[in-house]
Design a protein around this ligand. Structure first.
Ligand code: ZN
Length: 137
């Protein structure tokens, strides 16, 4: 088994932003030379998340609305006493910080309507995403 890892730097531009990173992750997989195994995408930040879903603009707006409903920006949070971004952390908890995708014959085994997203909840910031691939060439 071989292991390949690469960091993807990213500059986000808004406080809340859902960014399709599928093509960037595909590039890492191609660089890895691994054809069968698993691929992990990991956000190295506690106010961002990684999720997999359909890249459809109205759905992405619906996801932002769902998160605003579940975790309103202006509710009363304990963490805001020391750092004014509790909503960002809580949204990150809801979506999770990583995703793992099977790699089959050189490609990620994503469904037709699945894309990999980086979710920014406390931007704009410089972010780092770690992509790791493990398997056989
Ligand atoms: Zn904080």
């Amino acid at each position: 088994m071989e292991v390949y890892t690469q960091e993807l730097p990213m500059r986000t531009s808004r406080r809340v932003e859902l960014i399709d990173i599928t093509s960037m992750v595909t590039g890492v997989l191609e660089s890895s030379g691994i054809r069968n195994g698993i691929l992990n995408v990991f956000s190295r930040h506690s106010t961002s998340a990684i999720f997999i879903n359909e890249n459809e603009s109205r759905l992405l707006s619906d996801i932002e609305s769902m998160l605003e409903g579940a975790v309103p920006v202006d509710a009363s949070y304990g963490h805001n006493i020391i750092d004014n971004n509790a909503d960002s952390h809580l949204r990150a908890v809801l979506l999770g910080g990583s995703q793992t995708v099977p790699v089959i014959n050189g490609s990620m085994d994503l469904g037709t309507w699945q894309s990999i997203f980086f979710a920014e909840f406390d931007g704009p910031r410089n972010r780092r995403i770690r992509v790791s691939v493990a398997g056989k060439p």
